[in-house]
Structure formats: C-alpha cells, structure tokens
Design a protein around this ligand. Sequence first.
Ligand code: IPE
Ligand code: IPE
Ligand code: MG
Length: 257
Amino acid sequence: MTLAPAPIEGAAGPGSGNRVPRPIPRHVAIIMDGNGRWAKQRGLPRAAGHRAGAEAVRRALQAAADHGVEVLTIYAFSSENWRRSTEEIADLTALMRFYLEREIKTLDKEGVRLRLIGDHSAFGGELVDRLEKAVERTASNDRLTLVIALSYGSRAEITAAARRLAVKAAAGEIDPASIDEAAIGAELQTAGLPELDLLIRTSGEQRLSNFLLWQAAYAELLFVDTLWPDFDEQTFAEALKVYAARERRFGGRGSAA
Ligand code: IPE
Ligand code: IPE
Ligand code: MG
C-alpha cells in the first residue's frame, strides 16, 4: 500500500472534475458488511469473502488518507460475532494475523497510527501480541488514525464507562453531580478522537449492530448496497460527496433559519 499525498483543494489537473467537495469529514466509521454474501454469489466459501474484504480495507484506508480524513474507524468483529462457527472465527483470526504481519511496516511508514477499541484480548495468543505491538510501534504517527473495533460492542463500552464512574463516585473521588456528557465520553474507548461525522454501512443492511451508539448521536448515516469486498476508492469518494451535500443541523434550524 502506498498512501499518496492528499489532493490539494482547488488544484486543477487531470481528474480534478472528480474532486470531492468540502467539507471532508474528520472521522469516518465503516460497518464492513457483506463478505459472506459476496462469497455466496460466487459459490465460494465465506473465508474467501473475508479475504476479499481485507483487501477492501486497504482501499478504504488509502481513500481516507487521500481525502485527508483524520480518523477511520472500522468494525472488524462485533461482540456478537462470537456466535459464529468456530471455523469462521478461526478463519477471521488467521486472516487478521496475516494482514497485520504483512501490512504493519507499510502502515507505520505511511504515518498511520493504529488504535483498538473493543476487547481484542478475547482473541488470545499471537494475534493479541501482534496487535499490541502494532499499536505500540505506530503510537507516535500522526497522518491518519486507523481505529479497529475488535470484539467491540457499544453497549458493553457504555456499561463499562458507567461502572468506572460509579466506582469513582463510591470512592468519593468524584461528585455524582459532576458526571456530564464529557465525563462519559472521556471514559469511552474513543476518548480523545474527533466526533464521528460519517458512519457508512455496506451491503444494504440498515442497522447499527451495536456499533458506536453514543458516538453516532449526530453522525450522518449512509447505507450503501455495495458488498464490502467490492468497496473501493470510488465508493468512498461517492460517500464523501453525499456527506458534503447533507445539511448538518445539530438540533438548530440550519440554513433555512
Ligand atoms: C462482515 O461480513 C464481516 C464480519 C461480520 C466479520 P459478514 O460475514 O457479516 O457477511 P454477510 O452479512 O454474511 O454477507
Ligand atoms: C456487523 O455485521 C459487525 C461487523 C461488520 C464486524 P454483522 O453481519 O455481524 O451484523 P448483523 O448480525 O447482520 O446485525
Ligand atoms: Mg453481516
């Protein structure tokens, strides 16, 4: 993977007709769905769909970097995905290990900072070790932050935050009356990241599946029919165009006011 420099706004030149209008979202999250259906359509095993999906991650990351997105958060494995067969979970684990090993050098060189949300320790063994080493190795990079949600569930995340605040309050460290939205946000695993601006789900499903429930409060939601393994730079650019055309009101009256 080579992360080309972000295009300069307003620069003329070949392809400038395709330039994505501003504003560009600072933080984009993707529910990468449809690997199984992609494989089924081709008469392939589900693992083949996951493999093709991993290639789509590289394209999404490249596109995010090209457009100057600061944070890309991807839903790789939900806390509910443990309900899948041991065979599929083993395939996914092996695939993540393989890609991490193959890509980490490039990610680091390209200035990508890796961050994890969820409970990656649930995967055990070598993958955990590699994930943690990758986070450590890329900690001081600042071009783009790639947040990987692994064994992630938003309700569990919010529950843990509430529990930690309750413990602090019971210990007399904080006054319960001082617990505000910022205090809860600071206990979430996404603490310190910019607000989520755009949440994309592929494969035509229109639900959040326990992903970033708190963080998506005012995100723009975009559901596209593309199956995740078919996701590419163009799909990403189209999503940014839709985002730029949306009017974000945040409860106010917007431009009609
Ligand atoms: C998304 O694709 C990948 C993961 C959830 C790990 P799916 O595996 O959910 O694909 P579909 O929904 O069965 O097509
Ligand atoms: C959501 O997809 C989780 C990931 C993309 C990792 P699922 O395919 O697991 O979601 P549901 O079960 O259709 O809601
Ligand atoms: Mg699915």
